[in-house]
Unconditional design. Structure first.
Length: 78
């Protein structure tokens, strides 16, 4: 499966089974077949040998989440 994602400015707190809180940014996107989806990203990185300057600049570009995701509580239990 291929998914294209865009980062939003929305950050939620995931509560892990062991009680640890982890911040996660909500990313929205679509699958190759056009199915809307969202992901909770806690970490993202590039290969240490690659030039990450453009990647880091792009990460600063954030949009508002869609109306459907705007209602997700800022604290989630996983």
């Amino acid at each position: 499966m291929k998914v294209t994602l865009e980062n939003t400015d929305r950050i939620v707190t995931l509560v892990l089974a062991n009680g640890v809180d982890v911040p996660a940014r909500i990313w929205e996107g679509t699958t190759a077949d056009g199915i809307a989806c969202h992901a909770y990203i806690t970490r993202i990185a590039v290969n240490e040998h690659d030039n990450a300057a453009e990647f880091e600049r792009d990460l600063l570009e954030q949009r508002k989440p869609s109306a459907a995701l705007a209602v997700i509580p800022s604290r989630l239990v996983i």
